[in-house]
Write a protein that binds this ligand. Sequence first.
Ligand SMILES: [Zn+2]
Ligand SMILES: [Zn+2]
Length: 83
Amino acid sequence: MLEMRPHCECCGRDLPADAAGAWICSFECTFCDDCARERLHGTCPNCGGELLRRPTRAAALPRKYPASTQRRVRAEPCPPDAA
Ligand SMILES: [Zn+2]
Ligand SMILES: [Zn+2]
């Protein structure tokens, strides 16, 4: 079962479990759409793994399978926007 972390590790944007637009790697490092595509180009900056779209969890389920509320932030800054 996925942990469903609550936000982007780069910019801290909230990523609700029932909303689309979150990306995860196989370790569930979690990023928002903008960071995953524009900054990270689909590669996890923590482990080098591939980022894939995180499936959403139906809004009715969190009562039984609550999403994680643990906010995990990268120790290192994320790469700057590729301008
Ligand atoms: Zn982000
Ligand atoms: Zn990772």
